[in-house]
Design a protein around this ligand. Structure first.
Ligand code: CU1
Length: 532
């Protein structure tokens, strides 16, 4: 089908009212729905985190029992990973990718609709998994997002709802990934060769491929869990000759690359934001793309660094240790690439750039604690302590969430046609950044001092630091009302955004706001460049 034909097809079919959204095959509408869904889930996941931090305000149990605490903790993780970060990144992919590569829409628009509309059902299932145990459904999901047996074999019916939630999410992610990969491979405008792709497109190509490789493994793992629970198998049940450690391998074969699924789209966003606000092309674009490939490939083969304590052989743990430490090479490369892009640039510090600079600093810090955790004898000490919690929140909040915020502020003018309130944006940046550091920095210390994670109570010696952490968390949560207000304000009005809202310099024929070594494609928002 030619490009024109696809175009016509879309103009023929234009439902109005609620139908516009229910039956939408338009990448911008679906992108908007993904982003709104992600925002709602961010508040739900945030609310569970607030309850955890309230419970941890002082020693002793105040507001929830231990099982409910662990259920909230599981929900917090699942909602943030699958409900907030992934859909937000998918929403940005939907909005921006077709325009970046010069395509009229996504390659598979109807599949796109289905990928999105599965999500509300997954969310409903997850909410049911939380509610049902309180109506005689047995023990809730008290395992954390890792769902390790034997605990997950003993939980009540809530666990089955949780497993179905993951099945639906998995189907949705795989379909969305197939769509994104197909779009990037097949729908590029003439002249948009591989090494002219914006970094965001590269990031999503690799993210999509990763998801296609890992989601089926998680689906298989939780299906085996379901069979152990109801159909008399014993894959993971030692009493029947099974092995619970097998589940850990299956889970982390998915789980470690999943971290990169969360990080890569945000790295792609940095690849757009940093050149624009430095008014220089991306430093070493090609090696940066290669290092993303290296990161993706290496990320597939280091999973067992999450399970050093289960008694694997010395040779195996050494392999996983060395593999994990090697990952600091591509990650370090990316960060230096962004630093050298900024180097001697005409930098300005609007909200997206503030987030970008903060990400480079705070994510590097997570890299350092990551190397500490990769070292086997050290990890045996840190395992299951708050040090791990502090580490991955420094990786994921700057690395994934702040990257998404950078993207939201960067593209809000293109999405809404209005400039957001820059003053409020800057307040939001400083508020979240300070609150985030307040919450998680101290957790390194309680962790090193031995405070275990995933436990609703703690020794009184940890009270002070936990209260600092809770104050930070409440401030972090509260800052998001400002975030929503900034977005609402920009949607409703404000200064009109021009073709190039950020005054990104023109380098040759390339607008830096697309951070391309090539001209922006014709389907973009920007005025088409002069064709030679
Ligand atoms: Cu990992």
């Amino acid at each position: 089908m030619s490009t024109e034909a696809i175009h016509d097809d879309h103009h023929d079919h234009k439902p109005s009212g609620i139908g516009r959204w229910l039956f939408s095959t338009n990448h911008k509408d679906i992108g908007t729905m993904y982003l709104i869904f992600a925002l709602v889930m961010l508040f739900l996941g945030g609310a569970s985190a607030m309850m955890l931090r309230a419970e941890l305000w002082e020693p002793g149990l105040q507001i929830v029992d231990p099982d409910t605490y662990n259920n909230l903790l599981t929900n917090h993780a699942l909602i943030m990973v699958f409900g907030a970060v992934m859909p937000a990144a998918a929403g940005m992919a939907n909005w921006m990718l077709p325009m970046m590569i010069g395509a009229p829409d996504m390659a598979l628009p109807r599949l796109n609709n289905l990928s999105f509309w599965l999500l509300p059902f997954a969310a409903l299932m997850l909410i049911l998994s939380f509610v049902v145990p309180h109506f005689g459904g047995g023990v809730p999901i008290n395992t954390g997002w890792t769902l390790y047996p034997p605990l997950s074999l003993q939980a009540g019916i809530g666990m089955d709802f949780g497993i179905f939630t993951l099945h639906i999410l998995g189907i949705s992610s795989i379909m969305a990934s197939i769509n994104i990969v197909t779009t990037i491979v097949n729908m590029r405008a003439p002249g948009m060769t591989w090494f002219k792709l914006p970094l965001f497109a590269w990031a999503w190509l690799l993210t999509g491929l990763l998801l296609i490789m890992i989601m089926p493994v998680l689906a298989g793992g939780v299906t085996m869990l379901l069979f152990d629970r109801h159909f008399g198998t014993s894959f993971f049940d030692a009493a029947g000759g099974g092995d619970p450690v097998l589940f850990q391998h299956l889970f982390w074969f998915f789980g470690h690359p999943e971290v990169y699924v969360l990080l890569l789209p945000s790295i792609g966003i940095l690849g757009m934001v940093v050149p624009t606000f430095s008014r220089k092309p991306l430093f070493a674009y090609k090696p940066l793309v290669y290092s993303m490939f290296f990161l993706t490939a290496l990320g597939m083969v280091v999973w067992a660094h999450h399970q050093y304590t289960v008694g694997m052989s010395k040779e195996v743990t050494t392999y996983f240790m060395i593999g994990t430490i090697l990952i600091s090479i591509p990650v370090g490369y990316m960060l230096f690439s962004f630093i050298f892009t900024m180097w001697r640039g005409s930098m300005t510090f609007e909200t997206p750039m503030l987030f970008a600079v903060a990400i480079v600093l705070m994510f590097s810090f997570a890299g350092v604690t990551g190397i500490m955790l990769a070292v086997v004898p050290a990890d045996l000490q840190y395992h299951d302590t708050y040090f791990v919690v502090a580490h991955f929140h420094y990786a994921l909040i700057p690395g994934a969430l702040f990257g998404i915020y950078a993207g939201v502020f960067y593209w809000l003018p293109k999405w809404t046609g209005h400039m957001y309130d820059e003053r409020l944006g800057k307040i939001f940046f400083w508020w979240t950044t300070i609150a985030f550091n307040l919450t998680f920095f101290v957790q390194h210390f309680v962790g090193l001092a031995g405070m275990p994670r995933r436990i609703s109570d703690y020794s009184p010696v940890f009270t002070d630091f936990n209260q600092i952490s809770s104050i930070g968390a409440f401030a972090f949560g509260a800052s998001h009302f400002l975030f929503v207000w900034i977005i609402i304000k920009a949607v409703r009005g404000g200064k009109r955004a021009g073709d190039k809202p950020w005054d990104g310099a023109q380098v040759g024929n390339a607008g830096l706001e697309w951070a391309l070594p090539s001209p922006p494609p014709f389907h973009s928002f920007t005025t088409p460049p002069v064709v030679k």
